[in-house]
Design a protein around this ligand. Structure first.
Ligand code: ATP
Ligand code: MG
Length: 583
């Protein structure tokens, strides 16, 4: 892979550059609030130049889209001498699970990022969010509404019509405070009251038409248990989380653009009330990653797992980061892919082949070469002495002589690829056929003299004669001019292993496009399990070691199924893109 080019600028970097130039953040202090303030000391100066955050909801496994957000947020923090927080956005009761929290931590670490002490749970701020709501009520910025769900919906208005004020909008702060406290105390059933921000029912932006900020939910929360029976809405909680953590740039995907006015309204009110520090965080939206040939929606990923279309969350065919890891993809290639795509404000689709090519480039650079015969047929060298064996030398990387060579055993019977022999050759076929001469890569030149077949006419063995003075690397060996060059492993020494040939999970670019069932678009040939004959050196591969199997592609020793001395391999990506051919 080429040297990573210097980081391409983008509109978010321009915003940060301007903010730093204006010295917007240098005098930030930590307020007497939870989050980092608790660790860094109230009143202390915040020394991070900028603060970003990655705020996953722990209700699923991270996917390739999240990798974009992770590389962006952590990457900016690194480049600007800032900090990036890992914040679990767990304000929604019931849904979160520890399994997801653990998998998110693993995935972000795997991508190569670290948040040091900056790991937070949004639910740890519930008391602050509640207290701020009381301040808003006292200041006349929020009220308890007791309309039914239908009434709320009906009075919201439409894109072209203003909403209607609730009959409860004129409740006094004292009445509201009393009701809100009783909501908290558990006096009311779910859905009977909500706390709403008091903004403007005629606003052109529906999100500013007195949005709900607290609702009653008699539900157990994984962190706070039964302490609360009212929970903040995401749109209320998120700006507060950002402010409490001194986030400077709150970067999110475009669907939150219409929420920004409320984000700013809320924080401005809370700043006036002395609840949060200034300067306030600013929300910046970017276009999410859309990839062809995959689905990135959590709902669809869960369906694929639950209906067992794949073998769990870490199935190498899934676009989850655990899946990618198991497939042999590298974190460096993900970062390179995201750097290449850049950050924009307009939605676009990226072809999955671009990600595959990034993987190929990085693996080409980093993976040692090995020899593997995936569809073996026996090759017998009739004039090679029975019982004799010798070593040939194969380079570990053709462009990196410093990686050295390794011995590969040679003997009378070898495994070669079935497709490297044709009894009747087609035009332009230069490999083995009766009368033709090829080089056994890193070994000898052999001449094909025929084959054995079973009763059905299947070839069971190919016969050759070798030229004893043609061994690669010996004087005069290059006087043999042959057009074909094929790979092989010695049958007696080979290691027969399970190899899984993975391909794209979906056969079409946009699974489920046009309202169809995306399940119907699954590629029936996305996984093929074979027994391959591998060169003996591969027997010592450790879990997650990656190799190029010459002429085939890049493979990884499976993270979980590899046992000492008995690795199992997964194909990460083929050497060439076979999908774009038909286009
Ligand atoms: P949900 O539908 O549950 O909200 P989500 O994909 O938004 O799903 P989150 O856990 O909320 O999941 O996402 C965490 C962060 O990752 C958010 O900041 C979100 O904007 C970002 N993110 C999610 N999907 C993508 C994507 N395809 N491209 C870029 N960023 C993404
Ligand atoms: Mg989300």
């Amino acid at each position: 892979m080429a040297e990573p080019e210097t980081k391409v600028s983008n509109f978010i970097r321009h915003v940060i550059d301007a903010d730093l130039k204006a010295d917007k953040y240098s005098s930030r202090h930590w307020s007497g609030r939870p989050g980092p303030a608790a660790q860094q000391g109230v009143g202390a100066v915040d020394t991070a130049k900028i603060r970003t955050r990655f705020p996953p909801e722990p209700n699923g496994y991270l996917h390739f889209g999240h990798a974009k957000s992770i590389c962006l947020n952590f990457g900016l923090a690194q480049d600007y001498d800032g900090a990036c927080h890992l914040r679990f956005d767990d304000t929604n009761p019931e849904k979160e699970e520890q399994e997801y929290v653990d998998s998110i931590i693993d995935a972000v670490h795997w991508l190569g990022f670290d948040w040091q002490q900056n790991q937070y749970l949004a639910s740890d701020y519930f008391q602050w969010m509640y207290d701020f709501a009381e301040r808003l009520i006292e200041a006349g910025h929020a009220y308890v509404d007791s309309q039914t769900a239908e009434e709320l919906r009906a009075s919201r208005g439409t894109l072209t019509e203003a909403g209607k004020n609730s009959p409860f909008r004129s409740r006094t702060p004292a009445e509201n405070l009393d009701l809100f406290r009783r909501m908290k105390a558990g006096e009311f059933a779910d859905g009977t009251h909500v706390l709403r921000a008091k903004i403007d029912m005629a606003s052109g932006n529906i999100n500013l038409r007195d949005p709900a900020i607290y609702r009653i939910r008699h539900a157990n929360h994984h962190n706070t248990g039964d302490t609360w029976c009212i929970y903040p809405m995401y749109t209320y909680a998120h700006p507060i989380e950002d402010a409490l953590e001194n986030i400077t740039h709150s970067i999110c995907t475009l669907e939150f653009e219409d929420q920004r006015p409320f984000y700013d309204w809320l924080l401005a009110r809370l700043a006036e009330l002395g609840c949060v520090n200034t300067p306030l965080p600013q929300q910046i939206e970017f276009a999410r990653l859309n990839l062809s040939y995959v689905v990135l929606s959590k709902r669809k990923l869960i369906q694929l797992v639950e209906e067992k279309h794949v073998d769990g969350w870490d199935d190498p065919r899934l676009p989850t980061l655990v899946g990618a890891r198991r497939r042999g993809f590298t974190p460096e290639a993900f970062c390179r892919f995201n750097e290449m795509n850049g950050v924009t404000k307009s939605d676009s689709w990226i072809d999955i082949s671009v990600l595959e090519e990034c993987q190929r480039e990085h693996l080409n650079e980093t993976a040692p070469r090995r020899i593997a015969v995936l569809d073996p047929v026996r090759l017998v060298i009739d004039n090679y002495p029975e019982g004799q064996e010798e070593e040939c030398l194969a380079p570990n990387h053709p462009q990196k002589p410093e990686w050295g060579k390794r011995p590969v055993p040679f003997s009378k019977e070898l495994w070669i690829e079935r497709e490297d022999f044709m009894e009747t050759p087609s035009k332009g076929y230069f490999r083995l056929f009766p009368g033709n001469t090829v080089r056994l890569r890193y070994g000898f030149v052999v001449k094909c003299i025929g084959c054995d077949k079973d009763a059905e006419g299947n070839v069971t063995a190919v016969h050759c004669e070798y030229m004893a003075d043609s061994k690669s690397g010996t004087p005069g060996s290059d006087s043999y001019k042959v057009k074909g060059n094929i790979h092989w492993v010695s049958a007696k020494h080979a290691y027969a292993a399970e190899v899984r040939l993975y391909d794209r999970l979906f056969a079409v670019e946009a699974p489920g496009e046009g309202g169809g069932d995306f399940i119907a678009d699954l590629n029936p040939n996305s996984k093929l399990v074979i027994t391959a004959q591998l060169e003996v050196a591969l027997k010592d591969a450790a879990a997650e070691d990656r190799f190029q199997f010459e002429r085939h592609g890049y493979f990884v020793a499976d993270r979980f199924d590899t046992k000492p001395g008995a690795p199992v391999f997964n194909r990460a990506v083929t050497l060439k893109d076979s999908w774009s051919k038909g286009k």
